[in-house]
Design a protein around this ligand. Structure first.
Ligand code: ZN
Length: 351
């Protein structure tokens, strides 16, 4: 269920105004939401969570939903259906609640910041029912900070809830992880992303082109936040064509461009395995076809700069290999690209 809410304080980008505020509003990750919903409604929610999963898949939203559900003043106890209108709800929504602390560990850094928070935890909440400490980028907690938090978690204050969010849980110590209730947030299906995009585009009165929405849904690879960022940019641009949407989507990821250049260089040096390793790290983010297009663009540049006939012939042969688009997605697309890689390496080794 998609709901639009303007925010008085935060930027009104699509991700902010369509951010889910109750468990029922979250699309995808239903098992997690049901556990949180039951915990809030039975006033039996675990006090320490570790939310894992890729950026943009709803970890922070879920943490805020817990904070709202625990503290809504419309009810005497926690509830999965916060009113979003009472003073407590509004202060959480506007990020000015003293008792709901969002700590970006990457920014606030090491143990000192954690020290200050931990020192203050034993005192009662200022005006909310519970204190909620949300740690973003929790993998950046130093081991000293993790040890300090472990002590507090084990002591267990009834009025304090901890939510740690990270996309790199492997960087946390095992002892720390075992003290948390771990919940993994998955990417959501392309169809679900498409339905979110369609709903938002209709809500916003956009003069949209369905094929462009499908393109965004496919390129966003299951990350709703990314999809909504692109939707806004495509709409601002106003040209609802596949080409213009591709230039917006492509223009955003410099890191991806660097990686494709590395793949192409590896192939030209005959290093098949190295190219495969780089691609394997990327493939969750990007379709094989996008890689093919980028490699083609790079090779055309090489062809233009080629110094003699045989060099030109080599690049032209490589372009022949890459001439058919990869329509297959997932593993089949990957296999086709690997095959292209191998054929390119054969050419570079022969010449
Ligand atoms: Zn409320």
């Amino acid at each position: 269920m998609l709901v639009r809410r303007d925010s008085k304080t935060a930027a009104n980008d699509l991700n902010t105004v369509y951010r889910p505020c109750t468990t029922d509003e979250v699309l995808g990750n239903k098992t997690n939401m049901n556990i949180i919903k039951r915990g809030l409604d039975s006033t039996n929610l675990a006090h320490t969570f570790l939310f894992t999963g890729d950026a943009g898949c709803g970890k922070t939203s879920a943490a805020r939903i817990i904070a709202l559900g625990l503290n809504c003043m419309k009810y005497d106890t926690s509830s999965s259906n916060p009113c979003l209108k009472c003073i407590s709800c509004l202060s959480i929504l506007n990020h000015n609640s003293i008792d709901v602390m969002e700590i970006n560990v990457g920014q606030s850094g090491g143990k000192d910041a954690v020290d200050n928070i931990v020192r203050d935890l034993p005192s009662s909440p200022f005006n909310a029912r519970y204190k909620v400490a949300i740690f973003d980028e929790a993998h950046k907690l130093t081991s000293a900070a993790q040890d300090l938090l472990l002590k507090v978690i084990e002591d267990g204050y009834k009025h304090v809830y901890f939510i740690f969010c990270t996309n790199q849980p492997e960087k946390l110590t095992d002892t720390f992880i075992t003290r948390c209730n771990v919940m993994h947030f998955s990417r959501i299906s392309e169809n679900l992303i498409l339905s979110i995009l369609k709903n938002v585009a209709e809500f916003e009165g956009m003069n949209y082109n369905l094929d462009v929405l499908k393109n965004i849904a496919s390129e966003s690879r299951g990350i709703p936040r990314q999809a909504l960022v692109w939707l806004k940019q495509v709409n601002d641009d106003g040209n609802w064509t596949i080409d213009s949407s591709n230039s917006i989507i492509g223009a955003l990821s410099d890191e991806f461009e660097t990686n494709t250049v590395d793949i192409t260089k590896a192939l030209l040096e005959g290093k098949f395995k190295e190219a495969v390793v780089i691609y394997d790290k990327l493939k969750k983010e990007i379709q094989a076809e996008r890689i093919r297009i980028s490699i083609v663009a790079y090779i055309i540049g090489c062809l233009k700069r080629s110094k003699n006939f045989s060099e030109g012939k080599k690049f032209s042969d490589i372009l022949d290999i890459l001439s058919s688009p990869i329509f297959e997605q997932g593993k089949l697309g990957d296999y086709k690209l690997y095959n292209y890689f191998f054929k390119i390496v054969c050419i570079t080794k022969n010449k």
